[in-house]
Design a protein around this ligand. Structure first.
Ligand code: FNR
Length: 179
């Protein structure tokens, strides 16, 4: 049994990244469980660390009890979204209680362009290295939502194979690296 926390960096109702996360969940090997973290959190403020907001604590707990974390990021202005950064900041605090420490993680992202999320993923990788995660390098998923999703948000048939490969590889990576 492998448990995965999913952090999607878009709050948009019809988010392509939400659809990508759902597709990976559907295609993952049997016995894998997914739980999506709520990133609709207060803005991080170090003054609040002494009285940690309940929703931010819930996010920390989800990350800590999960075997691995899947980051699903849009690209905003050539970086990952503020929503995702805010969630990461909360779960990395207070100092000495970084919930990501040692976690096996992977990054994927969807946008409307073929090269979309390359820069978002590179920027996110930098933060995740600092946070001492174990990051899966391959396979990479730069998901083109224009060709990869159907009108109803379901994944197109010809995208299923590589997303299945990604899901299988990530579960194997988690099993190899989990504490
Ligand atoms: C974008 N978008 C975008 N796309 C991209 O490939 N590179 C970029 O730098 C940006 N920058 C950007 C900034 C802001 C503020 C917005 C709102 C959008 C387009 C983005 O890829 C598109 O809106 C996606 O649909 C966002 O992901 P979700 O919400 O569909 O998951």
């Amino acid at each position: 049994m492998t448990s995965i926390a999913v952090l999607v960096g878009s709050l948009r109702e019809d988010s392509f990244n939400k659809s990508l996360a759902e597709a990976i969940e559907t295609l993952a090997p049997e016995g894998t469980t997914f739980e999506t973290g709520d990133l609709n959190l207060p803005l991080f403020n170090q003054d609040l660390e002494a009285d940690f907001p309940a929703k931010a604590k819930e996010l920390k707990d989800l990350v800590e009890r999960s075997d691995g974390v899947l980051f699903v990021t849009p690209e905003y202005n050539r970086s990952f979204s503020g929503v995702l950064k805010n969630g990461i900041d909360w779960a990395s605090r207070p100092w000495g209680q970084n919930s990501f420490n040692g976690k096996p993680v992977a990054i994927v992202g969807a946008s409307i362009g073929a090269l979309g999320t390359t820069q978002a993923q590179a920027a996110l990788r930098n933060s995740l290295v600092y946070l001492n995660t174990e990051i899966m390098g391959q396979p990479e998923v730069y998901f083109n939502a224009t060709t990869g999703l159907n009108q109803d948000g379901s994944v197109a048939d010809d995208a299923k194979d590589f997303l299945t490969d990604f899901a299988n590889a990530f579960v194997a990576f988690i099993e190899k690296h989990k504490n």
